[in-house]
Design a protein around this ligand. Sequence first.
Ligand code: ZN
Length: 190
Amino acid sequence: MTTDRPDTPDAAETTSQGPAQSPVAGAAELLAHAHRIEADAAERYGVLAEQMETHNNPDVARLFRKLEWIEGLHADKILGRAADTPLPALGPWEGKWPGDDSPEAVDLGEAHYLMTPWQALQMALKAEQSAFAFYDRLAQTATDAQVKQLATEFAEEEREHVELVLKELEKYPPPDETWSEDPDPAGSPE
Ligand code: ZN
Protein backbone atom coordinates (compact mmCIF):
# COMPACT_ATOMS: atom_id res chain seq x y z
CA MET A 1 0.00 0.00 0.00
CA THR A 2 1.47 3.32 -1.03
CA THR A 3 1.33 6.22 1.40
CA ASP A 4 2.21 9.08 -0.97
CA ARG A 5 -0.46 11.66 -1.50
CA PRO A 6 -0.92 11.91 -5.25
CA ASP A 7 -2.73 15.23 -5.02
CA THR A 8 -0.12 17.43 -3.40
CA PRO A 9 -0.69 20.84 -4.95
CA ASP A 10 2.28 22.33 -6.74
CA ALA A 11 4.16 25.25 -5.24
CA ALA A 12 2.65 27.86 -7.56
CA GLU A 13 -0.81 27.12 -6.24
CA THR A 14 0.07 27.26 -2.56
CA THR A 15 1.59 30.74 -2.37
CA SER A 16 -1.65 32.31 -1.16
CA GLN A 17 -1.64 29.93 1.78
CA GLY A 18 1.79 30.94 2.95
CA PRO A 19 4.75 28.66 3.55
CA ALA A 20 3.64 25.06 3.88
CA GLN A 21 5.85 24.03 6.73
CA SER A 22 7.37 26.93 8.57
CA PRO A 23 7.97 26.08 12.20
CA VAL A 24 5.37 27.32 14.67
CA ALA A 25 6.43 30.44 16.51
CA GLY A 26 5.84 29.60 20.15
CA ALA A 27 4.12 27.36 22.67
CA ALA A 28 0.71 29.06 22.27
CA GLU A 29 0.84 28.64 18.50
CA LEU A 30 1.89 25.01 18.88
CA LEU A 31 -1.00 24.35 21.27
CA ALA A 32 -3.39 25.99 18.79
CA HIS A 33 -2.06 23.69 16.06
CA ALA A 34 -2.17 20.63 18.29
CA HIS A 35 -5.74 21.36 19.34
CA ARG A 36 -6.81 21.75 15.71
CA ILE A 37 -5.01 18.54 14.73
CA GLU A 38 -6.63 16.49 17.49
CA ALA A 39 -10.10 18.04 17.02
CA ASP A 40 -9.89 17.41 13.24
CA ALA A 41 -8.77 13.83 13.86
CA ALA A 42 -11.67 13.19 16.25
CA GLU A 43 -14.17 14.77 13.87
CA ARG A 44 -12.93 12.79 10.88
CA TYR A 45 -13.01 9.49 12.78
CA GLY A 46 -16.54 10.40 13.86
CA VAL A 47 -17.64 11.02 10.27
CA LEU A 48 -16.24 7.64 9.25
CA ALA A 49 -17.89 5.91 12.20
CA GLU A 50 -21.21 7.39 11.15
CA GLN A 51 -20.72 6.30 7.53
CA MET A 52 -19.93 2.78 8.67
CA GLU A 53 -22.99 2.73 10.94
CA THR A 54 -25.13 3.87 8.02
CA HIS A 55 -23.72 1.09 5.87
CA ASN A 56 -24.23 -1.50 8.55
CA ASN A 57 -20.54 -2.15 9.09
CA PRO A 58 -20.55 -2.26 12.90
CA ASP A 59 -17.06 -3.67 13.50
CA VAL A 60 -15.39 -0.88 11.59
CA ALA A 61 -17.79 1.70 13.05
CA ARG A 62 -16.80 0.61 16.56
CA LEU A 63 -13.09 1.00 15.79
CA PHE A 64 -13.57 4.50 14.42
CA ARG A 65 -15.74 5.47 17.42
CA LYS A 66 -12.95 4.33 19.72
CA LEU A 67 -10.39 6.40 17.83
CA GLU A 68 -12.76 9.38 17.83
CA TRP A 69 -12.99 9.08 21.61
CA ILE A 70 -9.22 8.83 22.06
CA GLU A 71 -8.55 11.88 19.88
CA GLY A 72 -11.33 13.82 21.60
CA LEU A 73 -9.68 13.18 24.96
CA HIS A 74 -6.40 14.31 23.48
CA ALA A 75 -7.96 17.55 22.20
CA ASP A 76 -9.50 18.23 25.63
CA LYS A 77 -6.19 17.56 27.32
CA ILE A 78 -4.49 20.09 25.06
CA LEU A 79 -7.12 22.70 25.93
CA GLY A 80 -6.39 21.91 29.57
CA ARG A 81 -2.67 22.49 28.96
CA ALA A 82 -3.48 25.83 27.41
CA ALA A 83 -5.80 26.86 30.25
CA ASP A 84 -3.87 29.96 31.28
CA THR A 85 -2.44 30.68 27.81
CA PRO A 86 -4.87 32.32 25.40
CA LEU A 87 -4.52 30.34 22.17
CA PRO A 88 -4.12 32.33 18.97
CA ALA A 89 -7.01 31.84 16.54
CA LEU A 90 -6.09 29.49 13.73
CA GLY A 91 -8.03 30.14 10.54
CA PRO A 92 -9.14 27.25 8.36
CA TRP A 93 -6.16 27.57 5.99
CA GLU A 94 -3.57 28.72 8.47
CA GLY A 95 -2.29 25.39 9.72
CA LYS A 96 1.44 25.07 9.19
CA TRP A 97 1.36 21.65 7.63
CA PRO A 98 1.62 20.55 4.02
CA GLY A 99 -1.68 20.23 2.17
CA ASP A 100 -5.16 21.30 3.20
CA ASP A 101 -5.89 18.50 5.64
CA SER A 102 -4.38 18.56 9.09
CA PRO A 103 -1.88 15.74 9.53
CA GLU A 104 -3.93 13.40 11.71
CA ALA A 105 -7.16 13.59 9.71
CA VAL A 106 -7.94 10.30 7.98
CA ASP A 107 -8.45 10.61 4.24
CA LEU A 108 -12.21 10.18 3.72
CA GLY A 109 -11.57 9.44 0.05
CA GLU A 110 -10.02 6.13 1.05
CA ALA A 111 -13.09 4.91 2.90
CA HIS A 112 -15.19 2.17 1.37
CA TYR A 113 -18.54 1.13 2.83
CA LEU A 114 -17.55 -2.54 2.73
CA MET A 115 -14.06 -2.11 4.10
CA THR A 116 -12.82 -4.50 6.73
CA PRO A 117 -11.40 -3.57 10.15
CA TRP A 118 -7.93 -4.25 8.74
CA GLN A 119 -8.44 -1.61 6.05
CA ALA A 120 -9.97 0.87 8.50
CA LEU A 121 -6.94 0.41 10.74
CA GLN A 122 -4.59 0.99 7.80
CA MET A 123 -6.30 4.36 7.27
CA ALA A 124 -5.92 5.16 10.95
CA LEU A 125 -2.30 4.01 10.95
CA LYS A 126 -1.48 6.45 8.17
CA ALA A 127 -3.17 9.32 10.03
CA GLU A 128 -1.43 8.53 13.32
CA GLN A 129 1.96 8.14 11.64
CA SER A 130 1.47 11.45 9.89
CA ALA A 131 0.62 13.15 13.22
CA PHE A 132 3.71 11.60 14.77
CA ALA A 133 5.86 12.84 11.85
CA PHE A 134 4.45 16.37 12.21
CA TYR A 135 5.24 16.65 15.92
CA ASP A 136 8.52 14.78 15.64
CA ARG A 137 9.75 17.05 12.89
CA LEU A 138 8.82 20.04 15.01
CA ALA A 139 10.56 18.54 18.03
CA GLN A 140 13.71 18.05 15.95
CA THR A 141 13.71 21.51 14.38
CA ALA A 142 12.24 23.83 17.02
CA THR A 143 14.60 26.42 18.45
CA ASP A 144 12.18 27.51 21.19
CA ALA A 145 12.72 25.26 24.23
CA GLN A 146 9.07 25.15 25.21
CA VAL A 147 7.96 24.30 21.67
CA LYS A 148 10.57 21.57 21.55
CA GLN A 149 9.40 20.10 24.85
CA LEU A 150 5.70 20.16 23.95
CA ALA A 151 6.31 18.80 20.45
CA THR A 152 8.40 15.98 21.93
CA GLU A 153 5.60 15.15 24.35
CA PHE A 154 2.93 15.19 21.61
CA ALA A 155 5.11 13.10 19.30
CA GLU A 156 5.38 10.53 22.08
CA GLU A 157 1.59 10.42 22.47
CA GLU A 158 1.16 9.90 18.74
CA ARG A 159 3.76 7.15 18.85
CA GLU A 160 1.53 5.49 21.45
CA HIS A 161 -1.47 5.87 19.12
CA VAL A 162 0.54 4.22 16.32
CA GLU A 163 1.36 1.36 18.72
CA LEU A 164 -2.29 1.04 19.66
CA VAL A 165 -3.39 0.80 16.02
CA LEU A 166 -0.64 -1.76 15.31
CA LYS A 167 -1.85 -3.78 18.27
CA GLU A 168 -5.45 -3.68 17.00
CA LEU A 169 -4.17 -4.76 13.59
CA GLU A 170 -2.86 -7.97 15.12
CA LYS A 171 -6.47 -8.98 15.79
CA TYR A 172 -7.60 -8.70 12.19
CA PRO A 173 -6.42 -10.46 9.04
CA PRO A 174 -6.00 -8.55 5.77
CA PRO A 175 -9.11 -8.88 3.56
CA ASP A 176 -9.33 -11.55 0.89
CA GLU A 177 -9.89 -10.62 -2.75
CA THR A 178 -13.67 -10.68 -2.48
CA TRP A 179 -13.97 -8.03 0.22
CA SER A 180 -15.58 -5.46 -2.09
CA GLU A 181 -18.23 -7.79 -3.47
CA ASP A 182 -21.52 -6.50 -2.18
CA PRO A 183 -24.02 -9.24 -1.32
CA ASP A 184 -26.73 -6.60 -1.75
CA PRO A 185 -25.55 -4.30 -4.58
CA ALA A 186 -28.79 -2.29 -4.59
CA GLY A 187 -27.46 -0.48 -1.54
CA SER A 188 -24.20 0.41 -3.23
CA PRO A 189 -23.48 4.13 -3.61
CA GLU A 190 -21.04 3.47 -6.46
ZN1 ZN B 1 -3.43 10.37 17.59
